[in-house]
Design a protein around this ligand. Structure first.
Ligand SMILES: N[C@@H](CCC(=O)N[C@@H](CS)C(=O)NCC(=O)O)C(=O)O
Length: 221
């Protein structure tokens, strides 16, 4: 086995999705903090390794991979004893992939990043109500996806890791009304039972929420 390093920071949801995967697989790794606020991800060294400048980034010996979904899939394919977290069965895998594309395009990019960037990086004091309301649609989607105990079926997959990282963060913009979303509530409870949940996602999600709250942004019509 090669040496694995994960570049990222706990407040970053996709970094946490990868931490959950590393912990689930019980893989030894070095965790390298990347200070986005000091623009370390735009430094010469980092840019050579990841020209998209994003975290997380995985280093496996001499190889560099970025995008949390690609990283999680790679880790399971290469190191897992079974394919449970990322099934080889074509249909089951398609279900996991469709959820990860949903997380990437609809949840992270179109909602979470769109709301976070102006407040966190550009000091924007307000956010438009319409953009915030969009979060409701995401909660509706996830509730409707949850036909089983886990998102892609009756067992845990990397799609759960991906979506739990963003769903536990986006509430800082529009709180998740648990009474309205009982399936999401039960799913979150299930994930919180994982012995590595708090270390890999819980504490980082709290950091993210507190960071955003410290900016005192308001939502305007
Ligand atoms: N789809 C990517 C998103 C990665 C991403 O945008 N990460 C953010 C932090 S949460 C980042 O690196 N932002 C800094 C930048 O883009 O300059 C993934 O899943 O890895």
């Amino acid at each position: 086995m090669g040496k694995i390093s994960l570049y990222g920071l706990d407040a970053s949801p996709p970094t946490r999705a990868c931490l959950l995967t590393l912990k689930a697989l019980d893989l030894p790794y070095e965790y390298i903090f990347v200070n986005l606020f000091e623009k370390e991800n735009y430094g010469e060294e980092y840019s050579k390794k990841n020209p998209q400048h994003t975290v997380p980034m995985l280093q496996d010996d001499e190889a560099y991979i970025w995008d949390s979904h690609a990283i999680m899939a790679y880790l399971v394919e290469k190191y897992a004893a079974s394919d449970e977290l990322y099934p080889k069965d074509l249909l089951q895998r398609a279900k996991v992939d469709q959820l990860m594309h949903f997380e990437s395009g609809v949840v992270f990019e179109a909602a979470l990043r769109r709301l976070t960037r102006p407040v966190l990086f550009y000091g924007e004091p307000t956010l438009p109500q319409k953009q915030v309301d969009h979060v409701n649609q995401i909660y509706d989607f996830v509730e409707s996806f949850l036909e089983h105990d886990y998102l892609a079926g009756d067992h845990l997959t990397i799609a759960d890791f991906s979506l739990v990282s963003t769903i536990t963060s986006i509430g800082v913009f529009l709180e998740l009304d648990l009474a309205k979303y009982p399936k999401i509530e039960a799913w979150l409870e299930r994930l919180k039972e994982l012995p590595y949940y708090e270390e890999a996602n819980g504490s980082g999600a709290t950091q993210f929420v507190n960071l955003l709250k410290s900016k005192n942004f308001t939502v305007v019509p």
